[in-house]
Design a protein around this ligand. Sequence first.
Ligand SMILES: *Cc1c(COP(=O)(O)O)cnc(C)c1O
Length: 355
Amino acid sequence: MDIQISKTTNPKAKPAEGDLGFGRFFSDHVFTMDFTAEKGWFDAKIQPYGPFAIDPAAGVFHYGQAMFEGSKAFRGVDGKLRLFRPMAHAERMMVGAPRLCMPTPTAEQMVEACKALVRVDADWVPKSEGTSLYLRPTLIATEGFLGVRPANTYRYFIIASPVGSYYGGNSLKPVRIWVETVEVRAPRGGLGAAKAGANYAASLHAAVKAKKAGYDQVLWLDSSSHELVEEVGTMNLFAYVGNTLVTPPLSDSILAGVTRDSVITLAREQGVKVEERAISVKELKAAHAKGELKEVFGTGTAAVISPVGELAFANNETLKINDGKPGAFGLKLYETITGIQRGTVKDTHGWLMDV
Ligand SMILES: *Cc1c(COP(=O)(O)O)cnc(C)c1O
């Protein structure tokens, strides 16, 4: 792939690594590539970060043909820059896009584009523990046309945002979760398995309600019975019940998290039994009553592991999990994954790719 690079003549001041937060700052450049039915993907370029012009009639604005990815570039303790499982992220976009009738570049091209952007913005990869350069590849329909059909033109672009440790310090902060029984994130047969912006639009209302009621996020249940747990916020969900790690099986309403896959792999390696199967709210309550619900946590690229300290139900029932503290098992997974990412734990799975 031939990438035209035009560097900024006006680099921005970099924020202090202690104030990064999540998604508040953007690097100096953006990668873009366009698609037309006639030409395929063309015009790959890296240019100074800034607004770009899109036809107001573009499909992305009207019919929601939009999806994205989220992965990270790390500066290892040896100073070298590496991506974590970039092929898994690119392949997920390739697998998800057909559900929205969208074309994608090849996974190899998407990874090459990520690497090229990180090389140009290498100074934007922070170095303190817990920090990284978050990459946000995005795919949108750009054709200006109001008929309802898949667009004929698309743009793939990547922006990069230096991000801090999700938890500020180093200890994981357990979240309080509202179990949502009315609204759903993604119905069966819907877009839930694709990282589509539409799923996020569907999730905001319940999340805002939960925040107003004093909770951090919602636990999503399945759209037909409202009894099976699906995801927590924008993360995959795990429950450590007895001596078994349980997570809902992948389906068309669950996003196949790369962190989910890393957690399953590492847990099995540590000799922990892992089951990918349906988990009902009833089962969680029963396990809790017997003292067997040791840990519940979410997994995702941003936070890696997010312990759930409390589950709250509409009937005022609450389940306090592990006394509201992060569990030892989730903590160990967090340390292993972030250690691999930083280069202090051996990468035995080939998850890191040099930039
Ligand atoms: C992105 C995302 C996840 C986590 O995926 P990772 O690859 O682990 O970052 C989980 N659930 C939803 C709904 C998501 O959008």
